[in-house]
Design a protein. Structure first.
Length: 438
């Protein structure tokens, strides 16, 4: 059993960008769970670790932590990594393509930043904490990293489906809904940018373009996950489990009046509300499998949250963990997330496997931390890039209901994929870049 990590307050503020770029230059397995550029609340965690198996045995029914009156980081040691979509789909009994596999690291060194106060902590083994604090202080005093290198704006991504093919798939989803096979399907596609990519520079561009409260960079083995995710999939603390599904999107406008109108339209749209509440019901059912009877609550319904590029329709569901529940039990019950499958979940995943024509991989999975003290925070892998040795991948999609309009759904996919591709220096494929979609 690895030695527990200890926590020590730092006496000086730290810049997450500087700490991250310094660590990434000298350690291979590295992570940054990022509250977002210019965050004024929330936590960021930057650190390193060693490859590990998934932390499925951690208990969630109790949190072995600290006095609630003491302000210390919620994550004080454990694991960081991701679960991929295909592994979860197969475990749920759905047909699935070849899995790219999940990946996890056991954390050895962490810097935690509380954005509400600006305070920071160093976290490491007791016999390494002095050296780690000194290393963090040296990095904090280092000059700011140079500006980001220019990217080749002439690159064009390759698409798994053309807009016309995707529109046909939307109509096939609607036909399945009419036949009663499903009542919502989250249809996705993939964009590929061949070649080698500077994952760190791409992430720094992505987080500036689309800051989000659950962004992150995780590099394990030959793959790097770069995410600007606005969706918290699962959170557990003090024995309470929470999920916050997102269904419903509108673009932002630079005109304040138009922007407010777009948010109001999203809040009132019958199709978006129906899609959202279907997933709320699905997640209530999923959590009921691992929570105490009668404890499931809908804490928020159809709330509009606004990000730099989009407005989103968000709901919140919570429950009290049943005795003995572990991380693995929760993943079996709730993963893949209903917001990325549709409902009923098994039927939706089965049909989507037939329709999509290729793996989702890490996209539509989840990533984040699992604390050895029973605290967990996992975000959806959306608005994300996966960088491998020979190519980078961007997934995008949307929920299809009977009320979906194909042209609108195609435009939404283009909107979601544009910023991650731009962070790689790539444009949308020619057909997807049509003015009709903009």
């Amino acid at each position: 059993m690895p030695e527990r990590l200890i926590t020590r307050p730092l006496t000086q503020p730290v810049d997450p960008v500087t700490i991250f770029t310094t660590l990434a230059a000298r350690a291979h397995e590295v992570f940054w769970l990022d509250a977002g550029a210019d965050a004024a609340e929330g936590w960021s965690f930057i650190g390193t670790g060693t490859p590990s198996s998934a932390p499925t045995d951690v208990r969630l029914d109790v949190a072995r932590g600290h006095d609630d009156d003491v302000r210390i980081p919620p994550f004080i040691g454990g694991w960081v990594g991701w679960f991929d979509y295909e592994t979860g789909a197969a475990a749920a009994g759905a047909p699935a393509g070849e899995s790219e596999g999940g990946a996890w690291m056991r954390v050895t060194h962490v810097v935690a930043v509380d954005h509400a106060s600006g305070a920071a902590w160093a976290i490491a083994r007791e016999d390494q904490i002095d050296e780690w604090c000194a290393s963090v202080a040296a990095a904090a005093d280092a000059p700011s990293p140079p500006g980001l290198p220019a990217v080749d704006a002439g690159l064009l991504a390759e698409a798994r489906h053309s807009p016309e093919e995707y529109a046909v798939l939307i109509e096939r989803c609607r036909a399945l809904i009419k036949a009663g096979t499903a009542y919502q399907l989250c249809l996705t596609t993939r964009f590929t940018v061949p070649g080698t990519h500077d994952a760190i520079a791409a992430y720094l561009r992505l987080r500036i373009a689309t800051p989000a409260h659950h962004g992150g960079f995780v590099r394990i083995g030959s793959r790097s996950l770069l995410s600007a995710s606005p969706e918290q999939f699962l959170h557990a603390a003090g024995g309470t489990i929470r999920t916050r599904p997102i269904k419903g999107t509108r673009p932002r406008s630079t005109d304040a009046t138009t922007d407010a109108a777009l948010a109001a339209e999203l809040r009132a749209d019958p199709k978006e509300r129906a899609e959202n509440v279907m997933i709320v019901d699905l997640m209530r059912n999923d959590l009921s499998r691992v929570c105490e009877p009668g404890s499931i609550r809908v804490d928020g319904l159809w709330e509009v949250e606004s990000y730099p590029a989009v407005h989103q329709l968000v709901s919140t569901v919570s429950g009290r963990a049943a005795p003995g529940i572990r991380v693995g039990d929760l993943i079996v019950a709730a993963f893949p997330a209903g917001s990325m499958t549709g409902a009923p979940k098994l039927s939706a995943m089965t049909r989507l496997h037939e329709l999509e024509g290729g793996p989702r991989g890490i996209y539509a999975g989840c990533f984040g931390y699992v604390g050895e003290n029973g605290v967990l925070d996992l975000a959806m892998v959306i608005r994300s890039i996966v960088v491998g040795p020979d190519a980078a991948y961007v997934g995008a999609g949307g929920g299809i209901t009977w009320g979906s309009v194909a042209a609108s759904e195609v435009a939404e996919v283009a909107m979601k994929a544009r910023a991650p591709l731009a962070a790689l220096g790539a444009g949308m494929p020619t057909r997807w870049a049509s003015d009709i979609l903009n």
